[in-house]
Write a protein that binds this ligand. Structure first.
Ligand SMILES: [Zn+2]
Length: 465
């Protein structure tokens, strides 16, 4: 069975054929680091993590790039408001971002390039586009992409340039452009930028947002690469602009498969600060939910379906995970020498059910469904004492195998639940910078025979001895 993805470009499911056999090169639009990311952002990042992990499970070598936008209108505005340097301001949110993805068990990408460290590459592309006539310098000194010159402009969103209306793509800034859809490749310096600028052949200024992704993706992945992901709100204009710039510059196809995650809404409404339904990951951790539970909820429905985030859903994610934890704990307790029976056969059937669902454009509900079928089957068997030690251990290893994709299992199986609870409590104390309480809990846990180790992936619980 081939791996199949829905390609936004064609609006069809297509067999995935990578450019280089056995390798997946993918680019993911990353965060703008001016604030904490919200759960809508994390929905996309978790979909991308699932995609990455599943490709690895299928035996591909994955090279993933996720950019960090550390210069734009908002980062400059906020750093100036605080009277600190741009780097000082963004560094804080970059650190928070890595902490958050650790909490959500999102695997690290191979590269996290920062926009401010790739301005030279961006200048090179802008120069090339000027030379070829795809770009021009506006009266304000900024450089714009001329969309009329790129005949296929809008092909990803299936929008034709004559449909563009004033206000659709124009940012709050007014620039002097030839046509309303033209977008800035390079923004000329103005007073609001303060000390944030780079020198370039077309004057002092800073790169536009879209050019970042073209420069950093092509630098690490090549001029044509396999997969580009993002949220649906990135399709237009951001991804169409990336395509226009990159393909005009190289004369080659930019990306082969475009995958987009649908929106997240909260309790039936669009998430917004004014409605009071806007949540960062930290808000939810503050309500005593764990990264695992939030991950499970954000991952559990198909990425192309709108996800309605509710606290009821979070509670059922919690009980779903509890069922898995209870099952694994029960396997630990199996102490009979009963023959395996058909455990191996059941596992093989589940593996096939899991992979054929995931092969079909990451059908996660189908995949989880087959796992829970196995849990039910094995629980019934254990009720009758019909699973032996060998069968239990095969079931456990199968869950560990699948967890390379899901990232949902507790760090270690067979840990005293009270210790796990204390570890979560200490985690919370640490986030609140209550170091005294955190140390007290660590000591208490030590007396119970466990050590807590802080790792980039979160806290690890280890039995002493
Ligand atoms: Zn991007």
């Amino acid at each position: 069975m081939p791996l199949v993805f829905h390609n936004t470009m064609t609006r069809k499911k297509e067999d995935f054929v990578p450019l280089t056999e056995g390798e997946v090169r993918m680019y993911t639009c990353g965060p703008t680091v001016y604030d904490h990311a919200h759960i809508g952002n994390f929905r996309s990042y978790i979909f991308e993590d699932l995609l990455r992990r599943y490709c690895k499970y299928r035996g591909y070598r994955v090279i993933q790039v996720m950019n960090l936008t550390d210069v734009d209108d908002k980062t400059i505005r906020d750093s100036r408001k605080k009277g600190i340097s741009l780097a000082e301001h963004t560094e804080k949110y970059i650190e928070a971002f890595f902490e958050d993805i650790g909490t959500l068990r999102i695997e690290r990408a191979e590269y996290y390039p920062r926009a401010t460290e790739h301005v030279a590459e961006m200048i090179e592309i802008v120069s090339g586009l000027l030379e070829k006539g795809y770009a021009y310098k506006g009266e304000d000194g900024s450089v714009y992409f001329r969309i009329d010159k790129f005949a296929e402009y809008g092909k990803l969103a299936h929008i034709t340039p004559d449909l563009l209306q004033p206000g659709v793509t124009v940012s709050s800034d007014e620039y002097d452009k030839e046509s309303v859809g033209d977008f800035a490749l390079w923004k000329a310096w103005d007073e609001d930028d303060g000390d944030v600028f780079w020198e370039s052949p077309f004057g002092k200024g800073r790169p536009g947002w879209h050019i970042e992704c073209s420069a950093m993706s092509m630098k690490y992945l090549g001029e044509t690469f396999d997969i580009h992901t993002g949220g649906v709100d990135n399709i237009f204009p951001h991804h169409d602009n990336e395509i226009a710039q990159s393909e005009a510059y190289t004369g080659k196809q930019f990306v082969r498969y475009w995958l987009h995650a649908a929106h997240l809404i909260v309790e039936g409404s669009k998430m917004s600060k004014s409605l009071g339904n806007f949540y960062t990951l930290r808000d939810l951790l503050g309500k005593d939910y764990t990264g695992r539970q939030i991950r499970y909820l954000l991952m559990g429905s198909h990425y192309r379906q709108q996800l309605n985030f509710t606290f009821e859903g979070l509670e059922s994610a919690k009980s779903g995970l509890q069922r898995i934890d209870d099952f694994l704990a029960r396997l630990e307790d199996v102490d009979s020498s009963e023959a395996d029976g058909d455990v191996r056969e059941q596992i093989e059937m589940t593996r096939q059910g899991f992979t054929s669902a995931m092969d079909d454009d990451l059908n996660i509900s189908g995949a989880l469904g087959s796992l829970f079928d196995l849990v039910r089957w094995a629980n019934r068997r254990m009720d009758r004492g019909a699973i032996g030690k060998a069968g239990a251990s095969e079931l456990r290893s199968f869950f560990e195998e699948i967890d390379a994709v899901l990232g949902l299992l507790p760090e270690e199986v067979g840990i005293d639940p009270e210790v796990r609870r204390l570890a979560d409590e200490r985690d919370k104390a640490r986030r609140e910078k209550n170091w005294k309480l955190a140390d007290e809990i660590r000591e208490k846990v030590r007396q119970m025979g466990y050590v807590l180790e802080d790792t980039p992936k979160g806290v690890r619980i280890k039995k002493i001895g």
